[in-house]
Write a protein that binds this ligand. Structure first.
Ligand code: CUA
Length: 346
């Protein structure tokens, strides 16, 4: 091959590779990572992208060069010269891709292993309550709730996380399959009824990030959202302590807190709780609804929580509200009924 041809090939390759690099860099393909795991996934992404750009540039250069240089003239109908195998080339185009694919496999396997690793308190007795911090994540139509077993089963409607501490999320569902996703954390994990799926996250950026349900789970799927709030460890501990004393420990009996932590606000409108969702009946009109159902207010509210299909408000469908609230502890159910009843009478 003449030196001029090589120079032309290289020039075309640089132009194609440069174009592909700009597309890779200028388009925000992924949200900027906010956890160590997402940072590693980002690394794999760019590692594979760099290899892909190099191969794309090589192939595009050869194709463009061949199309232009070896184009048959209109008056040319003779066969080209016969070409036989080229051992050196064949070895190269087998060995190089094999090496590249192997390197991608190794890098991915290392990152997967690192991302699944959860540090455990040392056998000598590590007093740090945040190593690892365990959070029970529960999905249900159509809300997420987060429980902290290390902090007296404190329950929250948003995911509070300490900065740079590895949390072990234990994800499950009460009804259908949901999927937990924080784009900035780079990972998704299914929430499946009857089983617990784990996910390790080490947030390394402060801020508030969206928690999204990423599995079509029913009418309210699109509104099944919460937030992950990443704060320094001492702020997290202060929050946890404050919540524990405020709600009187594990058996949270504040009706308003229960309304939020059980996800009522993601489907219903109810002014006293600041809820404005429209999937289910408007709870500010509970009195009229109880009248239509022909029941005393408190009895109607209790029945509607425990057995949602017993009375269906005109304009709404059966089987949308989950029947799982029947398993609420009696104290919590009482508090919820009292909160709704008091709010409806205003
Ligand atoms: Cu839960 Cu979609």
């Amino acid at each position: 091959m003449r030196r001029g041809s090589v120079a032309q090939l290289v020039a075309i390759g640089i132009v194609c590779g440069g174009g592909a690099t700009l597309v890779a860099l200028l388009v925000p393909w992924l949200p900027s990572p906010a956890s160590r795991q997402a940072g590693r996934i980002d690394f794999v992404f760019w590692f594979v992208t760099a290899i892909s750009i190099a191969i794309f540039a090589l192939v595009a250069a050869v194709i463009i060069y061949a199309v232009v240089k070896f184009r048959a003239r209109p008056d040319e109908d003779a066969d080209g010269p016969p070409i036989h195998g080229h051992t050196g080339l064949e070895i190269a185009w087998t060995a190089v891709p094999a090496a590249l694919v192997t390197s991608i496999s190794i890098v991915s396997a290392v990152v997967l292993a690192q991302n699944d690793h959860i540090p455990h308190a040392s056998a000598a007795g590590n007093p740090d309550p945040l190593t690892p911090l365990v959070v029970d994540v529960t999905g249900q139509q159509f809300a997420w709730s987060f429980k902290y077993p290390g902090f007296g089963n404190l329950t929250s409607g948003t995911l509070k996380l300490p900065l740079r501490k590895t949390v072990e999320l234990r994800i499950t569902s009460l009804d259908v399959t949901h999927s937990f996703w924080v784009p900035e954390f780079g990972q998704k994990q299914d929430a499946v009824p009857g089983s617990v799926n784990k996910l390790a996250i080490t947030p390394d950026k402060r801020g508030i990030f969206p928690v999204i349900c990423t599995e079509l789970c029913g009418l309210g799927h699109a509104v099944m959202r919460s937030t992950a709030d990443v704060m320094p460890s001492k702020d997290f501990l202060a929050w946890a302590k404050g919540q524990q004393t405020k709600t009187g420990g594990p058996a949270a009996t504040s009706g308003k807190a229960l309304f939020t932590s059980n996800g009522c606000s993601s489907c219903h409108t109810f002014k006293p709780a600041g809820a404005t969702a429209k999937i289910g009946p408007d709870l500010d009109k509970l009195q009229q609804e109880a009248q239509r159902a022909g029941q005393p207010l408190d009895q109607f509210i209790r029945q509607s929580i425990v057995d949602p299909n017993a009375y269906i408000e005109p304009g709404f469908q059966k089987n949308i509200m989950p029947g799982t609230f029947a398993s609420l502890p009696k104290a919590q159910l009482d508090a919820l009924v009292a909160f709704l009843s008091a709010g409806a009478k205003k």
